[in-house]
Design a protein around this ligand. Structure first.
Ligand code: GDP
Ligand code: MN
Length: 390
């Protein structure tokens, strides 16, 4: 779960890290009296997407008198008057630093990343990064972090930053964060570190260890960002993410979905849907997925439906029967292509060859090779051959 800046900063504050004074303003709220005493302020849209500074969603106010105009500009940019806004005292930044703890999936551990210049272009100056591997169960010492920080910062800054940054991996662990990114971390003229932004992602698999009612703002924003079809899917027990594309893709499991999305893209096609299992939901939601796929496929921009299944031990026959029932229920809004990969135990009642024949009799081409499947889709919808790469 991605945390909105406001929620992320609340978490950091709970762990004793300094954040700017701020108030959250809901639609129509006026700034509190205390904000009139802040000489410079920032007004920041609370949206889950990053890069707000560049899109005009973070605005500097030279005094509270600028509030109304800044609010108008942000809400006009978003075209959404209900977006909550964070009104913050501007921190006088002596130096902008980038610091993050992230899961290094390849190394199976956390890593601490430091950069000497924070701010909006940190990704582009990535060559100046220092990385510190954090071994599981071990807390990095400030000395350990100092060795890396000293490559980027003057020794006095490196020493203080090392003490600050060494605390972050433990916060990430306690809070089950996949990412804890502070950019910019302000080093003030009087030597304090203040987190001016917070990009935190909590691992949803660990939700049960945390208060389900915390981070209400982030939850509300995530809910609001769902499309009608995504919400319908969630209520039916699976996850759907709509993506810009022309092929409705029905799969189960994120790995398979990503592979198919890549194959489609390699052949000049775009998946219009990504489907995954929802934690804690029934793991068999094929009929629900097909139901949503039919609705999506009625849209004018959609050219085909791809159903790709991989089964190890459940029955291929049952799946083909369910698919047949769905195909025959109503005319398909767009041509359907089926991919099958079935392990030995799945094929006791029907072989893949017999399944392909059964679908073929309904006019639905089916394949055991996903590349052959995608090539057939590209051919049928008329993607020029030059685009097709494999
Ligand atoms: P993002 O673009 O979504 O990452 O939004 P940020 O919260 O990082 O704000 C964008 C930029 O505004 C930052 O990179 C800073 O340069 C600047 N900024 C944000 N908060 C402060 C602050 O308290 N003081 C100062 N001087 N600059 C700030
Ligand atoms: Mn930022």
């Amino acid at each position: 779960m991605r945390l909105a800046e406001y929620d992320g900063k609340a978490l950091l504050r709970r762990h004793g890290l300094a954040v700017p004074r701020a108030v959250l303003l809901r639609a129509g709220d006026e700034p509190p009296d205390e904000a009139a005493g802040w000489p410079n302020l920032f007004l920041k849209a609370q949206v889950l997407e990053g890069g707000r500074g560049k899109s005009g969603l973070v605005r500097r106010l030279h005094g509270i008198a600028d509030f109304r105009e800044a609010r108008r500009l942000i809400l006009a940019t978003l075209d959404d008057a209900d977006t909550p806004l964070l009104l913050e005292e501007a921190v006088p930044i002596g130096r902008e630093i980038f610091v993050a703890v992230r899961v290094d999936g390849t190394g199976h551990r956390l890593e601490l990343v430091l950069a000497a210049e924070g701010g909006e272009d940190v990704e582009r100056s990535a060559k100046k990064l220092a990385r510190v591997a954090i071994e599981p169960g071990a807390a990095p010492t400030a000395e350990h972090v100092f060795a890396a920080a000293a490559e980027l910062f003057p020794r006095d800054v490196a020493a203080r930053l090392a003490r600050y940054a060494a605390r972050l991996p433990d916060i990430a662990r306690q809070e089950d964060l996949q990412l804890l990114e502070i950019n910019p971390l302000a080093l003030t003229a009087d030597g304090r570190f203040i987190a001016c932004d917070a990009k935190l992602i909590r691992d949803e698999a660990a939700d049960f260890r945390h208060d389900p009612n915390e981070f209400a703002l982030s939850r509300m924003l995530a809910e609001r960002a769902l499309t009608a079809a995504e919400r319908a899917a969630r209520d039916l027990g699976f996850q759907l993410v709509e993506t810009p594309g022309d092929v409705v893709l029905v799969t189960s499991g994120a790995g398979l979905a990503m592979m198919m999305m890549d194959l489609l893209a390699d052949h000049g096609l775009g998946a219009a849907s990504f489907m995954d299992n929802l934690r804690g939901a029934p793991d068999e939601t094929m009929n629900e997925r097909l139901q949503v796929a039919r609705t999506l496929a009625k849209r004018p921009g959609i050219k085909a439906i791809v159903f790709q299944t991989v089964i190890a031990s459940r029955s291929l026959a049952e799946r083909i029967d369910a698919l047949t029932t769905w195909i025959e229920a109503e005319p398909l809004p767009k041509p359907l292509f089926v991919g099958l990969a079935a392990g030995h135990a799945a094929t006791r009642r029907i072989s893949p060859a017999a399944a392909i024949e059964q679908l073929g009799a309904l006019g639905v081409p089916a394949f055991t090779d996903p590349i052959a499947l995608v090539k057939a889709v590209a051919h049928a919808v008329g993607v020029p051959l030059a685009v097709s790469r494999s």
